[in-house]
Structure formats: C-alpha cells, structure tokens
Design a protein around this ligand. Structure first.
Ligand code: NAP
Ligand code: HSE
Length: 437
C-alpha cells in the first residue's frame, strides 16, 4: 500500500537546495521506484529573509531547527546544515524522537559518530550518510554492500573536491591560489571554513568514515595523520611534471602487520596511473579487496547536484528499509557494532614510502658529497638526484632528490641531518610518493 513519508530538512544551502530541487524535479521517477510518496514538511534555515535558489512555494520554513526534530509528523530528518555542536544536539534529539536520519555532515560523523551510531542502534533508527564521502560517488554503498564479500586490504582516494580543483588549477601557468579558492567557494564546493579543505581536515573526516566501514574499526579521526595542500609550491608541481609525476592530495587507509595506517597528505603519483588523471572537482576512490582485487570509483566529489543525488538516494534507502523487515537492513557501518576490530592505528613514522625531497643548497664543491654522505650513513638509497640553478638565489642551486622506499622514521632522521648542514639553505620540502600497485 502506498504510504506518504514526511521529511524535515535542517539547512537549505548548497546541498539542501539541491535536495529540494531533485525532490521537485524527479518526484514521479522517485515515487515510481519506491512505491511511496515523499513530502517536505518543514525546513529550518538560519535566515528566513535570504533569497533561495529553489522554489519554496508551499514549503514551510522556520528558523527554529528544534521544530524540525521535534515535529510529530516528520519521519526522516535530513541534516544539511553542517557543524558539530548544534548539529549533534539536533540529531541526538531526532534519534531519541525515533526519526530516521540522513546527513551529509562528515565532520559530525567522523568526530561524534560513535555516540550517534550507538544511540541510533539503541533506538532502532537508521543513519544514512552517502553524501558525506566523495559527493556523488556511492562509495559507502560499495563498501557496505557491493564489496561485502571481501577483506578490504587498502583504499586510497582523492576525496576532497576543492583541494583537487585547486591543485588542478594551480598546475596551470599563472594561477592564483586565492582566486582559485574563491571560485571553488562560488561553485559551492568549499566547506564553511575552507581551511578544512586546504589543510586536509575534510579529507581526514572522510577517510575516518571509509576506514571504519572498510576495516570494522571505531571512527578514529584523532588518529589520522593529516597534511593539506598549502605547502605544495608551483616549483614542486613543475619538478613533479619534469619527472613524469603529478601531485595529488590522497587519503590512504590500509592494513599493516600490527594494525592500520590512516593518513591524508599530498603525494607524487606517476602520471600514467589512472588516479593521477582525476582532475578538477572530480573524486576517485580505489579499493583493493582480497577477492576482487583493485577497483576504482570515480565521480563528482562536491557541489549541489552530485551531493544531493546521494542525499536523495539515502532518503529512498531509508524508506525502503522502513517498509521491509528490520532484520533485512544493512547495519549502519556495514558490520555489527558488537564486533569491532580493536587493532591500533599506527603513527605516521611507521610507514614505508619512497620520497621526493626538494631544497636550496649552496652551489660549491663538496656539497653534494655531504648530502649523499648523510643518506649513505643511514643506508638510504637515492634513486635520482637533480640539480638546477636557482633563479631567486644565484649563490644557491635547487636540489631535487627521489629516494627509494625507506621507513618514514629513517627519512625523518635524514631530514634532521640534512637540515643541520650549513650548505642547506632552505627548509626541506618532503612529499611522499604513492605506491598504488
Ligand atoms: P551551506 O550552503 O552553508 O548551507 C548550510 C545551511 O544550513 C544554510 O541553509 C543555513 O541557513 C543552514 N543553517 C546553518 N546554521 C543553521 C542554524 N543554526 N539553524 C538553522 N539553519 C542553519 O552548506 P552546504 O555546502 O550545503 O553543506 C551542508 C553540509 O553538507 C555540511 O555538513 C557539508 O560539509 C556537507 N557537504 C557539502 C558538500 C558541498 O559540495 N557543498 C558536499 C558534501 C557534503 P541560511 O541559508 O539561512 O544561512
Ligand atoms: N568541501 C568538500 C569538498 C565538499 O570539496 O570535497 C564535499 O564533501
């Protein structure tokens, strides 16, 4: 029998507006798919006077978000306002009130998700969050359902659209960082606080969620090693190009012998590798399962339409689950909450990687010998060493070194030794080289 499901939205900005638009424009198709009706009952916004990008005729707006989560007729609360304080309070209340939850808020899930999922389980409600990771790519569904037969060995991805858009634009001559960031904001890609995008925090939030699903571990945002794109220079991009690499901001989560490695940072990726060619706002996530092998998922990682596409798919899933037996539902994180894996997340210096290093050095006899000596003392093999004249400091040369794979602990020792040499005239730039084989 056809039922009507009433939804309440918290937020009518980029993603909220996109969600309303889809529900208005694709209503018949969606209802045909689920066999039930969806009605928007109430939307909470901060500023009732603000002009909206979607038609709000016939939709009730309020500036009291608690009116949404306490509304007796609302079945599904769709949280698209962002933030971790008020949003948490609202979702806790909504769950206590028995509402089903859909959210795009990765910060909230990564930082407070353990509490929210526990309460949701106790109250037998769903929390769906496909839009929280990689925008329009259904990567949560892939991990919870499509690859459920596999032990996930590792996953790696470009999971911040703004950062990838900026890196792509900055590779073009005469690009200006501030201007490129402004455009990303105007296109609706950036977080309310864009430092979340450029300092890697947003990618770390998403990686936290992916790792929890992939490995059956708790959400552990505080354990993710996090480095953004702000220290990557045009010079690094040029050297990367010269040696047939591209610089991408990658999130990586993998099993190690003693636990897990969770990290986000810029990485050099060989230019012929598929993921190196994921440009602009596009995201891609590679997942290696023990049976399926390496797989890759690609699509737009931010913006109104792609993100709202995932939000509405979640609303549809919630309705389908509510009209099935509860035992047929897929658990929120894809595993049973009482069967968490307890292995630790390892510190960043436990990883092994090849490295790109760049610095300015004094241009006179014996300098290269000192530098290669420092590497030799630690048993680190240099794969390539490249020296070019330095236009800014004529007494210096720019030195670029590619090392073979070595432990991060050892490369840190080498950096300390090199930095102490009087011949080294700048901070040493270090970027890890991705091994995605
Ligand atoms: P946004 O454009 O800034 O929209 C936020 C909305 O929330 C606005 O409508 C705002 O109201 C409302 N709001 C904020 N505080 C409120 C309060 N105290 N009470 C009532 N309403 C309040 O943000 P967005 O880009 O849509 O992002 C929303 C969420 O989706 C965030 O968690 C973000 O991380 C996530 N997300 C965004 C994208 C993307 O591409 N943008 C992609 C994936 C996930 P006013 O309009 O009146 O100011
Ligand atoms: N600010 C985020 C990004 C939005 O640029 O990827 C999508 O999560």
């Amino acid at each position: 029998m056809m039922k009507t499901f009433k939804i309440g939205l918290l937020g009518l900005g980029t993603v909220g507006g996109g969600t309303v638009r889809i529900l208005q424009e694709t209503r018949d198709e969606i209802e045909r798919r689920i066999g039930h009706r969806i009605e928007i009952e109430l939307i909470a916004v901060r500023d009732l006077q603000r002009a909206r990008l979607v038609d709000t005729d016939g939709i009730h707006l309020t500036d009291d978000p608690f009116a949404v989560v306490n509304h007796p007729d609302i079945d599904i609360v769709v949280e698209l306002m962002g933030g971790t304080t008020l949003a948490k309070e609202l979702l806790l209340r909504a769950i206590e009130n028995g509402k089903q939850i859909v959210t795009a808020n990765k910060a909230l899930l990564a930082e407070q998700g353990n509490v929210l999922f526990a309460l949701a389980e106790k109250n037998q409600v769903n929390i769906r969050y496909e839009a929280a990771v990689a925008g329009g790519i259904p990567i949560i569904k892939v991990l919870r359902e499509g690859l459920a037969a596999n032990q996930i060995e590792w996953l790696a991805g470009i999971i911040n659209g703004t950062g990838n858009y900026i890196l792509t634009e900055m590779a073009k001559p005469e690009a200006d960082f501030a201007q490129v960031l402004k455009t990303a904001q105007a296109l609706g890609y950036a977080e309310a606080d864009p430092t979340f995008d450029v300092e890697g925090i947003d990618a770390a939030h998403k990686l936290t969620i992916l790792a929890s699903i992939a490995f059956g571990i708790e959400l552990q945002f505080d354990k993710v090693y996090t480095e953004g794109i702000t220290r990557v220079t045009a010079e690094d991009m040029e050297f990367a190009r010269l040696f047939d690499y591209k610089i991408k901001h990658l999130g990586f989560a993998g099993r190690t012998s003693d636990g897990f490695s969770l990290r986000v940072h810029p990485a050099l990726v060989k230019k012929e590798v598929l993921i190196a060619n994921v440009d602009g706002v596009m995201n891609a996530v590679m997942v290696k399962g023990n049976h399926v092998g390496p797989t890759m998922y690609y699509g737009p990682g931010a913006g109104a339409g792609p993100t709202a596409s995932s939000v509405v798919a979640d609303i549809i899933d919630v309705i389908r689950a509510a009209t099935q037996e509860p035992t047929e539902r897929v658990p929120a994180l894809g595993f049973q909450a009482n069967r968490l894996t307890q292995a630790p997340v390892e510190p960043i210096d436990a990883i092994e990687s090849a490295y790109y290093l760049r610095c300015y050095v004094q241009d006179h006899a014996g300098v290269l010998a000192q530098i290669s000596g420092a590497f030799a003392d630690l048993g680190i093999n240099i794969e390539q060493l490249h020296q070019v004249p330095n236009a800014e400091k004529p007494q210096d040369a720019t030195l670029v070194i590619f090392t073979e794979k070595v432990s991060e602990r050892k490369i840190n020792q080498a950096l300390v030794a090199l930095q102490a040499l009087t011949a080294v005239d700048s901070m040493i730039q270090r970027i890890r080289i991705a091994d995605l084989g």
